[in-house]
Every structure is written in structure tokens, then in C-alpha cells.
Unconditional design. Structure first.
Ligand code: GLU
Length: 285
């Protein structure tokens, strides 16, 4: 009897100790442990792995504008660098990854669209890019989508870029879809296609990595509002993210991240739309 109650007493003490440690860990983490979007105390973020300057995996490290924005947001939410789990989020898989809970948020050159909003929600925008064309440096006849007649064009499955081609230029061009833009760039190098189409910031990074062999046409023909994809309906989380984006713009980190990640590529965001107001979509979500 006595032994039993002592045993219970010890177990109770242990439980209280465990709870205390949990509370302390929570306090040290600056309050993010209450967030519904964290799993344990890590945040899982979907990014691209093969878009230089945007989302890029380089010998186990991650860099690019999306990565810098994601890191800034994660820090504001109370996560340290070693509490961020980076996951590759290919264009076609983004909605499913959020719906399945594979990631808590996605910053992967992910345009906010009404169609996507049926499946997921967005914070932001944190950048407004524009769809453009990438060609071989010696090309002189493609100066915009109007010149695509009879040409072979590469884009990525599940992207707004491929959709725009299908909707607007389907009669003129032969579209080849690939899983990623890196594969499109390879197809362009080897002459399998005449041009690659997606957002200017992505193409500028690919061109800079191609050592003079590829060039950006530089005549954007859409507006791509990059959002932070989150699980559908998590408006509280969207507001926290928007506040972090606003802080990033206000303290100069946004501008620095753009410059650091695009220097030498010739890309500058369109000043008419950038930096955007991250809260512009809060009403209609
Ligand atoms: N921003 C466009 C999109 O969300 C093209 C870039 C991409 O595929 O990630 O589809």
C-alpha cells in the first residue's frame, strides 16, 4: 500500500516535471508552440529545389528569395533555423502537399489564383512577378508571345505558365510539359524546344546559371502574385504570416533579399507592383 502510493507519488512528480519542461520549452520558443500549424516544434516549408535565385538546394543548404522570405516568416513565428524542415514542392504537387499536411506552408513561386483558392488558402502576396520567355542567346526572332507561331515551347505541369499557354496560345505553339524548369532549360540548351516560359524571376536565375547561353526576352505578359500557400481556411495563420511579410518589407530585409538573390541576373521586380501589400487578399479569403 505504502509502496504503491510512493510509486504513484513519484510518477506524479515525474509527470509534473515533464509538463514543466514542456512549458519552459514553449516559453523559450517565443510562443509558437500554440500554433495549430506546427507539428511538434518544427515548421515544414515547401520550396523549389532547382530554381536558382528563387528556391535552390545547394549541397544541403537552401537559398533563394522564397527561402529568405520563408526563413524570415518562420523566425517571426518563433522557429529557429534548425526547427525548419525544408521539403521540395514541385509545381504540380503543391495543393496536395498542403491538403495532406506534408507541409505547413509553401513558398515556391506559387501564384495566388482563384482556382487554387478552391483547395488551399494564401497569405501574401510577397512578390509580383510576370510570365516571360527564355530563349537561346543567339535567337533573334522571339521577342514576345506573339512570335511563338509554330515554335516549340517548354513549361511545367501544374503551373499557371503552362495554363496560360494552353488558354491563350494553344493554336500557335507546341507545348511540351516537364516536371520542372531545370528540365525545360536542358531541353532549350539541346534544341528540343525553342523557348521556355514561366515567371521572369525564375527565368532570370536560369539564364544566369547558363553562362551566357540563354537569355530572358524581358517582356512580361501576366501578373504572378506570389503567395504563401497554407491549409484552406487558416485565416489566423494567414494574418500572422502577412504581418511578418509587412515587417520584412518595412525593415528593409525584403529589398536586401531581392538584391542578394538576383544580383547579376539583370532582374528587378516591376516597381509598379512591388513591394506588394501583403494584406490585399485578406478580405476575400
Ligand atoms: N508562378 C507560377 C505558378 O505558380 C509559375 C511558377 C511555378 O510553376 O512555380 O504556377
Amino acid at each position: 500500500m505504502h509502496n504503491q502510493s510512493t510509486g504513484r507519488g513519484r510518477a506524479g512528480l515525474l509527470r509534473r516535471l515533464v509538463a514543466l519542461v514542456a512549458v519552459m520549452a514553449c516559453a523559450l520558443s517565443m510562443g509558437a508552440c500554440g500554433s495549430s500549424s506546427s507539428d511538434g516544434h518544427v515548421i515544414k516549408i515547401g520550396i523549389k529545389f532547382d530554381q536558382p535565385g528563387v528556391g535552390y538546394k545547394k549541397s544541403g543548404t537552401y537559398e533563394g528569395f522564397d527561402v529568405d522570405v520563408a526563413r524570415y516568416i518562420a523566425h517571426k513565428l518563433g522557429y529557429r533555423d534548425d526547427e525548419i524542415v525544408w521539403k521540395e514542392a514541385p509545381s504540380k504537387q503543391r495543393e496536395a502537399m498542403l491538403q495532406n499536411g506534408d507541409v505547413d506552408m509553401i513558398l515556391a513561386s506559387y501564384s495566388i489564383t482563384d482556382e487554387r483558392k478552391k483547395a488551399v488558402s494564401f497569405a501574401g502576396p510577397y512578390l509580383v512577378a510576370g510570365q516571360d520567355l527564355l530563349v537561346r542567346s543567339d535567337n533573334t526572332d522571339i521577342t514576345g508571345p506573339q512570335d511563338l507561331n509554330g515554335k516549340r515551347l517548354c513549361s511545367v505541369t501544374g503551373s499557371t505558365s503552362a495554363n496560360t499557354v494552353k488558354q491563350k496560345f494553344a493554336n500557335e505553339v507546341q507545348l511540351m510539359e516537364q516536371p520542372s524548369y531545370a528540365e525545360c532549360a536542358t531541353a532549350l540548351f539541346s534544341g528540343i524546344v525553342d523557348a521556355v516560359t514561366t515567371d521572369d524571376i525564375i527565368l532570370a536565375g536560369l539564364a544566369a546559371n547558363a553562362r551566357g547561353k540563354l537569355k530572358l526576352v524581358g517582356a512580361p505578359f501576366t501578373q504572378e502574385r506570389y503567395g504563401v500557400g497554407i491549409r484552406k481556411g487558416d485565416t489566423e495563420f494567414a494574418k500572422q504570416i502577412n504581418q511578418a511579410i509587412r515587417d520584412m518589407i518595412d525593415d528593409g530585409s525584403w529589398q536586401r533579399a531581392i538584391e542578394d538573390n538576383t544580383s547579376g541576373t539583370g532582374y528587378t521586380p516591376n516597381a509598379q507592383y512591388n513591394p506588394p501589400d501583403p494584406t490585399e487578399g485578406e478580405e476575400d479569403d
